[in-house]
Design a protein around this ligand. Sequence first.
Ligand SMILES: *Cc1c(COP(=O)(O)O)cnc(C)c1O
Length: 440
Amino acid sequence: MKLYSTNNPDLRVDFQSAVFNSMPLDKGLYMPTFIPVLDEEFLQHLDRYTLPEIAYKVASALLQDDIPADDLKAIIDEAINFAAPVQPLDDNTYVLELFHGPSLAFKDFGARFMSRIMGYFLKEDEALLDVLVATSGDTGGAVALGFLGVPNTRVTILYPKGKVSDIQELQLCSNGQNIRAIEIDGTFDDCQLLVKQAFADEELNRKMRLTSANSINISRLIPQTFYYFNAVAQLYRAGKRKIVFSVPSGNFGNIAAGLLAYQMGLPVSQFIAATNVNDTVPRFLESGVYETRPSVQTYSNAMDVGAPSNWVRIMDLFKGDRDKVKELVSSFRYTDEETVKGITDIYSAFNYIACPHTAIAWLAIQDYRKQYPDVAGTSAFVFLSTAHACKFPDIFNAEMAAKIDIPEQVEVLKSKTKQATAMEVDFSAFKTFLLTADEA
Ligand SMILES: *Cc1c(COP(=O)(O)O)cnc(C)c1O
């Protein structure tokens, strides 16, 4: 696979460079020069295949020139080693649960695949790869658990003190081995700025091999296409052939992967992009004016993004044609009050407990059905559940909270102790830490 930059269609880099650089120097995003369409026979009979088989088929269509078949198979089997079940709620409403991985959020798909791809490309004799990541909560846990024990890699996570949930903090701070956490006395933006300063620092780049694990990395996008095909496979088995996906969206990586899958032949009729009040994309689709805003804090905090970085990828997939995007993608936004009502309504109607992000995707289905009653009558609607409800304990009333199953990996976390280096927002302290801390 060759990639260009959304800011420079003439650029050509190979997959390995795009993975390690994350972002082109011109600050565009990498996109594949060629998007393969999967064969009709496979697409019509998705129901015959398992998740690992589907993942391999999709990945090899994209990466066959970059990674030999057996190696790619091994990477997939190791990275995608948990289920992504579609659960029926009623005759035409389904929830695609993407939270059965180690960090209990869909980001495990991207982070686990990326970590193994990087591990694969790192030759034994090459320098240690230092992965820097700033997190507001979910990304850090997925990246930490994704890279844990991956040879030749060392991960440094920066998180804002007091601004992540207890479970999230333990996921970041209890790993040991090749994972280190720094608790920054500041905001997420401060953490991100420190990481950016490190990437721009000449001395650090000379002495260390730095890379980023942020969500714009192309190797995080590819594995997110797998579960869309696998969801369609499960709906085929349920006799459903006309399918609408509703995706809770923040940085728009998840839905960008769905739209990439669509261009590879994913048989779906519509996408719904559901946001909280950080509604840059819904406003753009309505008005044609793309105006980013500073993010506003909400209950669905993983979607508190005022300038969604993957949106340029989506526009690129549709050659910049907003009308084309609007034909395929509807969008809706919700306040915190509506989110809480959504959580309660889902619980009353289906006895199902949804995290706040997930509830927003369900709300959008309700509004879509009202707006397009004709489509609604003949379609199966699938909303993506991006995180396990137990990660957001403060949102639920006592009755619901008591019913949330606590997964085993959370019980294990509770017995662990937090290990983090406390730090002010101070680049020279961060730099000294990076240059002097023990080699993993
Ligand atoms: C990251 C995240 C999202 C948003 O996904 P994007 O790909 O950034 O649009 C939604 N829900 C949860 C739980 C997340 O962690």
